[in-house]
Write a protein that binds this ligand. Structure first.
Ligand SMILES: C[S@@+](CC[C@H](N)C(=O)[O-])C[C@H]1O[C@@H](n2cnc3c(N)ncnc32)[C@H](O)[C@@H]1O
Length: 267
């Protein structure tokens, strides 16, 4: 990796973190053309982006009385920055979906629906630069929020959005994975089977067990291998000398995730 990749340059997406309040994070795209270099950042003020160019990532930037760490945003920072309307799939679940579906560079993935785009962003980050996410979303209002979040994260060029009801059918073929977060995923199983490659992965995220039952029943009507459903629970460990213990708060129930793989025949 060249030295330049550790220096802020025009076009970079940069994360600024308040040294004294680490929860205060600001993500900004560096644009230094004359008309764009002054940027109003909510909670911070008007920043001259030219002053960041050439600074080292990892160093501290003084802005008025504030001191800010300069970092390249990672995927968790990007997810933290999202505007939310629909309930999102959080990283404890999106990470598990990604590994179970073997999502990687070059994959073609169908999603239903986009919502705020959190799951889309995780997948687009993994399939880029050669792959693509095609997301079906029936709400125009949610498309606006999802697109704005994708643009903020610099991943909109990896995603194609279809303003369509996915339960009515999927026109694509030769798809690596199908990932659903909609109220009636069982209505998509037959379309998913037709669209997937042999060996392709089906994943569906649902908040209730009733949805899981209906989905697994429909999966069993098609040639899918080994359908299974899991739940993940995440608890932080608070580390203090001689008093390390689990946090009293935990991210418990969010959704159940059902997986299956397409095969051509079940004996
Ligand atoms: C819970 S949100 C998805 C959140 C998204 N997974 C995320 O992580 O940000 C569900 C979305 O699915 C959309 N939706 C519901 N039923 C749909 C359908 N049949 N076809 C396409 N989109 C649908 C809703 O409009 C909503 O935006």
């Amino acid at each position: 990796m060249s030295e330049d990749s550790f220096t802020v340059s025009d076009g970079d997406l940069v994360l600024l973190i308040d040294i004294n309040k680490l929860k205060n994070k600001y993500m900004v795209r560096i644009t230094t053309s004359n008309s764009n270099s002054l940027k109003k950042i909510s909670g911070l003020g008007v920043l001259n982006l030219n002053k960041l160019v050439g600074k080292k990532y990892g160093s501290i930037f003084e802005f008025g009385r504030k001191k800010l760490f300069i970092l390249q945003p990672d995927i968790m920072d990007k997810l933290d920055s999202l505007q939310r309307k629909a309930q999102i799939i959080t990283p404890k679940d999106s990470a598990v979906i990604a590994i179970n579906c073997d999502i990687k560079n070059g994959d073609y993935i169908i999603e239903g629906g986009l919502g705020s785009g959190a799951m889309t962003i995780v997948m687009a980050n993994l399939v880029k630069p050669e792959g693509k996410i095609i997301t079906y979303e029936k709400s125009a209002a949610n498309i606006n929020i999802g697109v704005s979040n994708l643009k903020k994260c610099g991943l909109d060029n990896i995603v194609e959005i279809k303003n369509k009801d996915i339960t009515k059918g999927i026109s694509e073929k030769n798809i690596n994975s199908i990932v659903l977060d909609i109220p009636e995923p069982w209505l998509v199983v037959k379309h998913a089977y037709m669209a997937l490659n042999p060996g392709g992965h089906f994943a569906s995220y649902s908040p209730t067990m009733n949805q899981v039952e209906l989905t697994i029943n429909e999966i069993r009507n098609h040639n899918f291998l080994n359908p299974y459903t899991i739940e993940t629970l995440q608890r932080e460990i608070i580390v203090g000398e001689g008093g390390t213990r689990p946090s009293f708060e935990m991210l418990g129930h969010t959704g159940y995730i059902t997986f299956a793989r397409k095969v051509l025949d079940i004996q």
